[in-house]
Design a protein around this ligand. Structure first.
Ligand SMILES: [Zn+2]
Length: 101
């Protein structure tokens, strides 16, 4: 189970609890169990797995295929990005399919 080092400034002894927030874009949030104050967002556990799979895919692609300087720059930019936006996702898929933009 995910934890956080954040603590409520009003309730220093209280251990934050994780509340899932499926109704919004964020996976969940940590709140103070004593006063219900919001402390920090919780990360979707699938995010790291997805990012690591994409990083492996990028490495494999760059080693096996000729890429232009622009493509390489773009791949560096998205390498550590957890969530690609639609423009990034489209460009990434085009590069993998060999359709340079
Ligand atoms: Zn509190």
């Amino acid at each position: 189970m995910q934890t956080t080092d954040k603590r409520c400034s009003r309730c220093p002894g209280a251990i934050p609890i994780l509340v899932l927030t499926p109704e919004i874009r964020h996976y969940g949030k940590f709140v103070c169990p004593a006063c219900t104050r919001f402390l920090t967002w919780a990360r979707d556990p699938r995010t790291n797995a997805n990012m690591q799979a994409r990083q492996a895919e990028i490495l494999e692609f760059v080693l096996d295929n000729p890429v232009s300087a622009d493509e390489l720059k773009f791949l560096f930019e998205i390498y550590g990005t957890a969530h690609l936006n639609l423009i990034q996702k489209t460009r990434y898929e085009n590069i993998l399919m060999g359709n340079a933009l």
